[in-house]
Design a protein around this ligand. Structure first.
Ligand code: PEP
Length: 253
C-alpha cells in the first residue's frame, strides 16, 4: 500500500517565533517512533523560513516543502528561487500550480508543467495542483479542466511523471470551509488516476492528494476514499493539534 502524504501549505503565513512553536508542536506530536507509521508528513513553508524549518526538523520524519519555484535553473530572473537552491536547503517537495498562483500570477498550464520539470530535474518532488473554479464546476467542466491542467504536465514530463504528486484542489473549496464531499473528491481522483494510467505504467504509485478545507473533522472520511492518497492542507496546517489530528487520521488507515 502507498504511504499517505499529509502536506501542510502555510501559504504566506508565519514568523520566526510562530514557526518555531508550530514546528515544535508538530514534532512533539509525531514522536516517538513516528518513522514506523504508514504516513509521510511535510510542511511547505514560505521561502525565507526554509532554513529555519530545516534546522528545526533535523533528525525527524517531518519533510520540508516549498510553495513554488522557478522554471529556470539560474540567471537574470529577479525574485525567483531555483530548484537547486531549494535542494540545498533540504527541500523534498515543491508545490507547483497552486490555484492562488494560477489566479493571482496568471500561471499557465505550460508554466506549471515547466516548473514541475525543473523540480524533477533537481530531484525534488513536485506537488502539482489542479482544480476547477465554482463557475467551471457549475458549467459541468470539472473533468475537462483538471484533465487539461494535468495533460500539460504529462506531456512535458513524459515518463518522469511517475515521480510526481498530484493535488486535486477544487478552487471553490480552498479556504472557504466548503469541502468537497468524499464522493465528489473520489470521482475526480478516479478521473485523474485513469489519465495517469493512460500515460504511465506506474500510475498506481503516484499519490493523489485532496486539498480544500480539509480539517480534523473531515479528514478521515476523505482519506478513506480509494484514490485519495493524502491531503494538502492550508488553514488547518497552521494549528499543530489540528494538523496532528489529520496526520493521525491518515496514519490510522
Ligand atoms: C491550500 O491552500 O492548498 C488549501 C487546501 O487551503 P485550505 O486547506 O485552507 O482550504
Amino acid at each position: 500500500m502507498k504511504k499517505k502524504l499529509i502536506a501542510g501549505n502555510w501559504k504566506m503565513n508565519g514568523s520566526i517565533e510562530a514557526n518555531e512553536a508550530l514546528v515544535r508542536g508538530i514534532l512533539a506530536g509525531m514522536s516517538p517512533g513516528f518513522k514506523d507509521t504508514p504516513c509521510d508528513v511535510a510542511v511547505c513553508v514560505p521561502a525565507p523560513y526554509l532554513a529555519q524549518v530545516q534546522a528545526l526538523r533535523q533528525g525527524s520524519a517531518l519533510d520540508l516543502g516549498a510553495q513554488d519555484l522557478s522554471c529556470h535553473d539560474s540567471g537574470a530572473y529577479t525574485g525567483e528561487v531555483s530548484a537547486s537552491m531549494l535542494k540545498e536547503f533540504g527541500v523534498r517537495y515543491a508545490i507547483v500550480g497552486h490555484s492562488e498562483r494560477r489566479q493571482y500570477h496568471h500561471e499557465s498550464d505550460q508554466l506549471v508543467a515547466d516548473k514541475a520539470r525543473s523540480a524533477l530535474a533537481a530531484g525534488l518532488t513536485p506537488i502539482v495542483c489542479v482544480g476547477e473554479t465554482l463557475a467551471e464546476r457549475e458549467a459541468g467542466k470539472t473533468e475537462e479542466v483538471v484533465k487539461r491542467q494535468l495533460a500539460a504536465v504529462v506531456h512535458t514530463n513524459g515518463h518522469c511523471i511517475s515521480e510526481i504528486v498530484v493535488a486535486y484542489e477544487p478552487v471553490w473549496a480552498i479556504g472557504t470551509g466548503q469541502t468537497a464531499t468524499p464522493e465528489q473528491a473520489q470521482h475526480v481522483h478516479a478521473v485523474l488516476r485513469a489519465q495517469l494510467q493512460a500515460a504511465t505504467a506506474h500510475a498506481d504509485r503516484i499519490r493523489l492528494l485532496y486539498g480544500g478545507s480539509m480539517n480534523a473533522a473531515n479528514a478521515a472520511s476523505l482519506l478513506s476514499q480509494p484514490d485519495i492518497d493524502g491531503g494538502l492542507i492550508g488553514g488547518a496546517s497552521l494549528k499543530a493539534p489540528d494538523f496532528l489530528q489529520i496526520i493521525a487520521s491518515a496514519a490510522a488507515l
